[in-house]
Design a protein around this ligand. Structure first.
Ligand code: ATP
Length: 322
């Protein structure tokens, strides 16, 4: 392997820049040439790539977003699209590809590596933490901290006016951002898709709180929960019209901002190991960290982290919100 390329694909996440930096610097350290591909697979198909130097990634470790920009690319779902992608890689003599993105981006890399002789390494860049085989994904910690900061502020105003706030956070089909930010802000209730939402129980507990004049309440709802923020808001408005209830959807602020120390750290570590994988011939895997050890998961086995969130976590939520 002499020349590798790196791209960011799918939804962006804070820490992607730190990962790009690590890939570029590690590659150069080992005497490789490193190319940056703009706008994910879309840029690959359009041959939008450039040679990166150590200085191309100076002063970016602390920046959110991605200097390579990200995109979604319909064409790459088709064999013809991937053929075009491979031809661009071949023409530019690139013999290894690092893809920073979510599980969709990994599927693209898997399909490409199955059809053509081009080793691909994935780095999990997603705020949702919805990929099995890793305790961390690049951006999750920052998103949680951004949500915490916002919820803390909302609690101030909720407290001033005795209000109930329903706060919807991101996470796609996963409830991790809701769980972590909810626990860290002392939310009275946390609704996540991994657990069946008992709306009646929420109403009953709010009625009970109303009786004992506990009017300030924060309910954190994951966007993937069966009751999105808006449904829960409507239900509470209808059933408990006396409560001063507000809805706040945090939205895309959770995807931006300077990455936390933890996200910079894991992005650097994962980026370093991605290049090592290419050099050692450990191909077509994504680089995860499990129990503080590197965990290389074959792209073939990439799966959504699904199902249960540990009962222990839920017990903590219930105990602390009484
Ligand atoms: P996130 O979930 O954080 O937004 P993601 O990587 O899962 O990130 P997707 O939109 O699912 O985001 O995928 C990004 C891109 O990867 C797609 O636009 C497409 O170009 C490519 N891709 C996804 N799935 C496949 C697939 N099955 N085959 C080929 N390419 C794919």
């Amino acid at each position: 392997i002499k020349r590798i390329a790196v791209l960011t694909s799918g939804g962006d996440s804070p820490g992607m820049n730190a990962a790009i930096r690590a890939v570029v610097r590690t590659g150069i350290y080992y005497g490789l040439e490193v190319y940056g591909i703009m706008r994910g697979y879309q840029g690959l198909l359009e041959e939008d790539l450039f040679k990166m130097e150590s200085r191309s990634v100076a002063n970016i470790i602390q920046r959110g977003g991605t200097i390579l920009k990200s995109a979604r690319c319909k064409e790459f779902y088709t064999p013809e699209g991937r053929k075009k992608g491979y031809e661009v890689l071949k023409k530019n003599e690139i013999d290894g590809l690092v893809v920073i993105g979510g599980d969709g981006s990994f599927k693209g890399a898997l399909n490409l590596s199955k059809e053509y002789d081009i080793p691909c390494i994935g780095l999990a860049g997603t705020i949702d933490k919805d990929i099995a085989g890793t305790d961390f994904t690049i951006g999750f910690d920052t998103a949680v901290n951004t949500a915490i900061e916002a919820i803390d502020k909302i609690r101030d105003t909720a407290d001033a006016h005795d209000r109930l706030f329903i706060i919807e956070v991101m996470g796609r089909d996963a409830g991790y951002i809701a769980l972590h930010s909810g626990i860290a802000t002392g939310a009275e209730n946390i609704l996540i898709p991994e657990r069946k939402t008992d709306a009646e129980a929420i109403i009953t507990s709010l009625q009970e709180k109303e009786r004992r004049k506990k009017l300030v309440n924060i309910i954190v709802v994951a966007e993937g929960d069966e009751y999105g923020g808006i449904e829960l808001y409507r239900l509470i408005k209808e059933r408990l019209p006396n409560l001063d209830t507000r809805l706040c959807t945090l939205g895309h602020i959770q995807r931006g901002g300077s990455p936390t120390g933890l996200d910079r750290l894991i992005a650097s570590r994962m980026g370093y190991h991605a290049v090592e994988c290419l050099l050692e011939g450990r191909y077509n895997v994504f680089v995860g960290i499990l129990n503080n050890r590197m965990n290389y998961v074959p792209l073939e086995q990439v799966a959504k982290r699904k199902g249960r969130i540990a009962e222990e976590w839920m017990k903590v939520v219930e105990t602390l919100s009484t």
